[in-house]
Design a protein around this ligand. Structure first.
Ligand code: C2E
Ligand code: MG
Ligand code: MG
Ligand code: MG
Length: 280
């Protein structure tokens, strides 16, 4: 009986594995034509300043809608795009579109607004990334000070000379650098002294727990203090409730981002969000 149960479990597991593999192969195949078929778009999520009580920034988040299989989450397709190299053209599309939209918003009067864009390690490793960025700044009139590039801790910890030099060059061009998902990966914080980082984005897994887990609350408060002592701006991700918000206000978190204020929305829906005063 036990043997039979074991065998059933094994079969179920194998089947799941096969389904995962088939899905990944399908995504990989469909991804090749996603850009040219115009299936890829950007949504934008407001980043709210707790002192100014308004949206000061936007995070560009890529969205892929396939006509047959529907929305595919970036958490699912970005790793695949990183593996097969398609992250390079997708990432270029993302950065260019985000800059174009920022320029449009600035022309409409939102002159202080900044745009935050996620970068992949593969993009930073690509030999033409810097020249692509320089061309972009030539084509589109946006100031790099208004553009924040989000890198993960894994990227910040990279010992790839080319990647380190590229990040330094981006800093020199005037871009701001944010550490995304801070605290979710490595426990090493030594890299914080390595680059000139501007912003720490505290991972949403911390924010979710600040209300009901005392150690997480203390750790989050300590991260805010640490960041401030290094002169960094602190952004909290995944702010979903007023309890989260009051904790973050109490600990002087600079900016907040999450469903409490707005989910990521298409460009066309941004205007009212940018005009309103936010209750924070
Ligand atoms: P991320 O950069 O940490 O982005 C924040 C994610 O949290 C987004 O998921 C956003 O929709 C979600 N989020 C925002 N507020 C809340 C909230 O209050 N509660 C919860 N539960 N979630 C919230 P999304 O858009 O699915 O993106 C997932 C990840 O995919 C991103 O995490 C980022 O690592 C990656 N990604 C998205 N767009 C791009 C891109 O253009 N380039 C690259 N390289 N990666 C991207
Ligand atoms: Mg991000
Ligand atoms: Mg991320
Ligand atoms: Mg994040």
């Amino acid at each position: 009986e036990a043997k039979k149960k074991g065998k059933n479990q094994f079969l179920r597991y194998t089947k799941q594995l096969e389904q995962r593999r088939a899905r990944n192969l399908l995504i990989e195949r469909l991804l090749h034509t996603a850009l040219e078929q115009k299936e890829i778009a950007l949504y934008y999520q407001p980043i709210v300043d707790t002192s100014l009580k308004k949206t000061v920034g936007l995070e560009a988040l890529v969205r892929w809608h396939h006509p047959d299989i529907g929305f595919i989450s970036p958490s699912e397709f970005i790793p695949i795009a990183e593996e097969n190299g398609l992250i390079v053209p997708i990432g270029e599309y993302v950065l260019r579109t985000a800059c174009e939209h920022l320029s449009e918003l600035q022309h409409s009067g939102f002159t202080d607004l900044y745009m935050s864009v996620n970068l992949s390690l593969k993009q930073l490793q690509h030999e033409h990334f810097l020249s692509f960025v320089q061309q972009l700044l030539h084509d589109i009139h946006v100031h790099p000070h208004n553009i924040e590039l989000e890198i993960t801790e894994t990227i910040a910890l990279s010992d790839d000379e080319h990647v380190i030099r590229t990040i330094q060059a981006l800093k020199q061009l005037g871009f701001r650098i944010a550490i995304d998902d801070f605290g979710s990966g490595y426990s090493s914080i030594g890299y914080l002294k390595q680059f000139t980082i501007d912003t720490l984005k505290i991972d949403k897994s911390f924010i979710f727990d600040v209300i009901n887990h005392d150690a997480t609350a203390r750790l989050t408060a300590a991260v805010i203090t640490l960041g401030h002592s290094l002169g960094l701006q602190i952004v909290a991700e995944g702010v979903e409730s007023t309890e989260h918000l009051s904790f973050l206000n109490k600990h002087r978190c600079d900016r907040v981002q999450g469903y409490l204020f707005s989910p990521p929305v298409p460009f066309g829906q941004l205007f009212p969000l940018l005009q309103q005063r936010v209750n924070v």
